[in-house]
Design a protein around this ligand. Structure first.
Ligand SMILES: NC(=O)c1ccc[n+]([C@@H]2O[C@H](COP(=O)([O-])OP(=O)(O)OC[C@H]3O[C@@H](n4cnc5c(N)ncnc54)[C@H](OP(=O)(O)O)[C@@H]3O)[C@@H](O)[C@H]2O)c1
Length: 239
């Protein structure tokens, strides 16, 4: 399969950073960020501080910074984060609101980014109709694929990470509704049901098995290559 133009939303996070390093060997990877990266990154940074509130700005920013690489073929939403703390109800409403903002609200906005970019796929770098596709690269013509990452908290009531379970479960339905309603985007979800290797925030005591970023990247590429052959929601486990 030819190289795709992949936009990683959440490119500053643990999984987003590692996915950019892995996927950039075979694909052009842009990374959507809220602030300038402080270190060298494996993606072309697209900095839009308020992209959540203004998802329509992302297509314009991409046109300005990345025009040589054609339209975005796929978006990976690697948003959210993880903690283990006290009981959800004791952490209070402020904490619940903050988790809604970093998880479900951010994923909603990422879906809006993909919808806007799907519209931009039919236009060239000047904003004019392109006449379809980008010769010599990737899948170009056809629907954009949006792949949202999710974790084990979306299917288990995780003690100490309760709000992440609540919003993770809702995130699956967000993607299912978007998939049912969209005529321009293949909305898909990949549930990673084990800690991703190398994330120091994960408690691996007791022999918890991890999943390698290579295994995550392989699942991502398989879904992006044949989105319509896949279920709306796919899971991978530790191995
Ligand atoms: N890490 C793991 O072991 C693991 C395991 C299984 C599944 N996953 C899944 O992988 C995905 C990413 O997890 P991660 O561990 O990489 O998370 P992470 O390291 O905590 O990164 C979170 C990302 O989300 C962004 N973000 C946070 N709050 C935001 C907000 N309010 N608005 C916009 N962006 C916001 C952050 O951007 P800023 O830098 O701008 O804050 C950052 O890029 C999640 O879906 C998670 O369920 C991770």
């Amino acid at each position: 399969m030819g190289g795709m133009h992949i936009l990683i939303v959440g490119a500053s996070g643990h999984v987003g950073t590692l996915l950019a390093e892995t996927l950039s060997a075979s694909h052009h990877v842009s990374g959507l960020l809220r602030r300038e990266p402080e270190e060298t990154v494996a993606h072309a940074p697209i900095v839009v501080p308020d992209w959540v509130d203004h998802p329509e700005k992302v297509a314009e920013a991409l046109r300005g910074q990345n025009s040589g690489h054609g339209p975005v073929d796929a978006v990976i939403a690697a948003l959210g984060g993880w903690y283990v703390d006290g009981p959800m109800l004791e952490r209070g409403l402020q904490s619940f609101d903050s988790d809604w903002e970093s998880h479900l609200r951010a994923h909603f906005a990422a879906c809006q980014v993909s919808t806007a970019l799907a519209g931009a796929r039919g236009q060239d770098s000047t904003g004019s109709p392109a006449g379809g596709g980008s010769p010599g690269r990737g899948p170009a013509a056809g629907r954009l694929t949006h792949l949202a990452l999710n974790g084990v908290a979306s299917i288990e009531a995780c003690v100490g990470s309760g709000a992440i379970s609540v919003f993770g479960a809702a995130q699956e339905m967000l993607i299912r509704v978007a998939a049912a309603e969209s005529e321009a985007v293949n909305f898909r979800e990949l549930k990673i049901l084990a800690p991703v290797a190398g994330d120091d925030r994960n408690d691996l005591t007791g022999g918890v098995e991890t999943v390698s970023i290579c295994a995550v990247a392989a699942a991502v590429v398989r879904i992006l290559a044949h989105p319509t052959a896949e279920q709306t929601v796919t899971s991978i486990h530790a191995f």
